[in-house]
Structures are given as C-alpha cells and as structure tokens.
Ligand binder design. Structure first.
Ligand code: ADP
Ligand code: MG
Length: 259
C-alpha cells in the first residue's frame, strides 16, 4: 500500500475536494482505495455520503487505539473505495495525543498491520500543522499538496516544506512529495495566472501539469453526498481530477503501479 497525505495548513484550498475526487478516480481505475478523514470537520465523510449516525468508529478511535483499522472502515457507494470517517471528537485528539507515548506515530501504527488490504490510502488532513497532520506525515510515503493560486500561497507552502523537512529528519526519512496541484484555477483572473507562473518557476516539475479549474459542480457535489466524479463525471472539474489521477499514478513508484 502506498499512503498519500493530502496536506496544506491553509483551510479552503481544496484538500478535501481533491481527496474525495482523486480517491474516487483511483478506485474507478481499479485500485483498492482507502480514504482516511483526519479533519474534525468530517467533510470528506459527508462528501462521500456517510451519515453522522453511521460514524461509529472513527479516525479518533484509530488514533487513540480504541479500535483497529478494520473496525473503523466503512464502505462507500463507490466500488473499491472505503473510508475511515471523522467526527467532531477528533478535535479532542489534538490535545489528548500530547500526553501519549509516540504521539506522532499513532496513525503509522494503526495502518501497519493492515497495509495489505489496500493498494493506496489517502489521508485528508486538517488545516493546521498540529498533531493530526504530523501523524499523517509520519504515516505517509508521500505528500500531495493542493495549492490555491492566491497571494501568499508560496509563503504558506514554505512553512509546510519546513515541516516536511523536520519530519524527514526525525520520524520519516523516506517521506516524499509526489506533487503540488493548483486548485480553483481561474484563467480569467490575472493574479491566478501570475501566481501559477511563480509557483512553476519555484517548484518546477513538482507541480502537476493538470490544474483543477474553479468549477461550481465541484462545490455542489458534496451537498448531494457524492463525489463530483459521480455527480457529474463530465464537468470540467471531474475531467481535471481524472487527468490528475492519471498523472499521479504515473508518478508512483513502479512496483506499486500494477493494479
Ligand atoms: P479544504 O479541505 O482545503 O479546506 P475544500 O476542498 O473543502 O478545502 O474546499 C473549500 C471550498 O471550496 C469548498 O466549499 C469546496 O466545495 C470549494 N471548492 C474546492 N475546490 C473547488 C473548485 N475547484 N472549484 C470550485 N469550488 C471548489
Ligand atoms: Mg478539508
């Protein structure tokens, strides 16, 4: 199993939208896929149609060792895509984890014994660099960073990259960055274009060719409890995520590509 953390400490940059749709695209391509909702807001869970009442064991229980991965996993309506849902409880974990042993390694431990059940695991991170995100970065093989083309986007990114370096030095030397995806891209907006150019100048090939356009269908889909790829698979946003999934698969290590 390859584990991909979708992280950026800024809120509202498209992490959850990316997590839901890229996980769906990978599952549709035949990869046995797991999505771990690691944001107390539970938007990935809601967006995949998991009712609050159905979230019996959650990522909170997983982190606090109150349940095992198989006990936390729920199927989704998408064949080949399972989810570990999240609820508000998870916001408490940020504090409760402070005093436990190996507080950044809890997710790694929880996934270790069950890695064989899935080919790819995405982790939808919360908008912070707290213990939840640190657990995700320790458990991950690689990082996928959604970046909204706005002023200060690069400043936020450098803070994230510093954190990644710290994790590499301390806990997870093999942590990679599979790529940066530009989200909510609006070609008519000159600032967007300019920031995109700056980001490509700065990061080069790390930036995915596929950009995700600003597309209202992507923001409508979650209120119907389904990925945009199911809600309207032909909309520009869905097509962009299919392209991104293809590009992502091309960047994964050869040994893990077969599916
Ligand atoms: P994050 O998880 O980083 O906080 P979200 O994925 O929840 O970000 O996106 C924030 C908001 O923007 C949500 O309302 C979402 O539906 C909307 N959104 C995300 N990506 C797009 C897009 N490409 N086009 C239009 N709306 C989008
Ligand atoms: Mg989110």
């Amino acid at each position: 199993m390859i584990t991909i953390a979708i992280a950026n400490q800024k809120g509202g940059v498209g992490k959850t939208t990316t997590a839901i749709n890229i996980a769906t695209a990978m599952a549709a391509t035949g990869w046995k896929t797991l999505l771990i909702d690691l944001d107390p807001q539970g938007n990935a869970s809601t967006g995949l149609g998991i009712e609050a009442a159905a979230r019996e064991n959650t990522s909170y229980d997983l982190l606090l060792e109150q349940a095992t991965l198989p006990e936390c996993v729920l199927p989704t309506d998408i064949p080949g895509l399972d989810i570990v849902p999240a609820t508000q409880d998870l916001s408490g974990a940020e504090v409760e984890l402070v005093s436990v042993e190996d507080r950044t390694g809890r997710l790694t431990q929880a996934l270790a014994q069950h890695a064989h059940a899935y080919e790819v695991c995405f982790i939808d991170c919360p908008p912070s660099l707290g213990l939840l995100t640190l657990n995700a970065l320790c458990a991950a093989d690689t990082l996928l960073v959604p970046l909204q083309c706005e002023f200060f986007a690069l400043e936020g990114l450098s803070q994230l990259l510093q954190t990644v370096e710290r994790i590499q030095q301390g806990f997870n030397p093999d942590l990679g960055i599979v790529g940066v995806v530009l989200t909510m891209f609006d070609r008519r907006n000159r600032l967007t274009d300019q920031v995109a150019d700056d980001v490509r100048d700065c990061l080069g090939g790390l930036v995915f060719e596929n950009v995700i356009p600003r597309n209202v269908r992507l923001s409508e889909a979650p209120s119907h409890g389904m990925p945009a790829l199911v809600y309207d698979h032909q909309c520009p946003g869905s097509r962009a995520y299919i392209g991104l999934a293809r590009e992502l698969i091309g960047r994964l290590p050869e040994t893990r590509k077969a599916a």
